[in-house]
Ligand binder design. Structure first.
Ligand code: ITT
Length: 205
């Protein structure tokens, strides 16, 4: 069973491939679909749910395929839930993905300068949406991944804000293997919730 995951983020795509493989679902990226490159829709929703819908519906219509989108980000309690839906561009829009990630992390550390450990609670949120080419929303799910924001980056794995999310066991999310992260993460949780519905849709149910 093949499922198109409409993301321009190669790290998300890798994680999605590993998470869905045990269900017998092979995840395809946009570059594997004829007719591309597909223009990125404007993600102007106020919530992760709204942005996941925007992406799933737009790419399903453009590709003519059932399509899964993942909208995700970091909510920091001491910042009133920021960066939230602005996570990808918190430090600005210039540069490539790794430069943006570095600036995002630097800004987050600046915003939290002087905030004590007990008030640095945060979570990653992932909302998934599966849509069909006619614009119908077929399934949705949400997962979270709790921790607190450290005072400096730690670890080499993962992407984005992973080096700053400190888990209850003291490791950062970037110190986990991909398999460990997927077993605990917002993306893993959202995928496990939506997985059975995806399998049923792809097998004609
Ligand atoms: P697509 O919209 O094309 O899927 P994107 O990277 O722009 O790719 P989002 O709009 O959902 O995706 O923004 C997600 C941002 O949130 C991402 O760029 C990271 O900064 C952060 N993020 C999401 N999941 C994360 C994770 O598992 N680990 C670290 N940071 C994460």
């Amino acid at each position: 069973m093949d499922l198109l995951a409409a993301t321009s983020n190669p790290h998300k795509l890798d994680e999605l491939r590993a998470i869905f493989a045990p269900l017998g679902v092979r995840v395809l990226g946009l570059s594997e679909i004829p007719g591309g490159p597909f223009p990125e829709p404007v993600e102007d929703g106020a919530t992760f749910e709204a942005n996941a819908r925007i992406k799933a519906v737009a790419y399903a219509a453009m590709t003519g395929r059932v399509c899964l989108a993942d909208d995700s980000g970091l909510e920091v309690d001491a910042l009133g839930g920021a960066p939230g839906v602005h996570s990808a561009y918190y430090g600005g829009t210039a540069g490539g993905r790794s430069e943006r990630d570095a600036r995002n992390n630097a800004r987050l550390l600046r915003e939290l300068d002087g905030v004590p450990a007990e008030r640095r609670t945060a979570r990653f949120v992932c909302c998934m949406c599966v849509a069909d080419p006619s614009g119908g929303v077929l399934a949705e799910s949400r997962g979270t991944y709790e921790g607190r924001i450290g005072t400096g980056p730690r670890g080499e794995n993962g992407f984005g804000y992973d080096p700053l999310l400190i888990l209850p066991d003291g490791r950062s999310s970037a110190e986990l293997s991909e398999a460990e992260k997927n077993s605990m993460s917002h993306r893993g949780a959202a995928a496990r919730l939506i997985g059975p519905r995806v399998v049923s849709l792809l097998s004609g149910g």
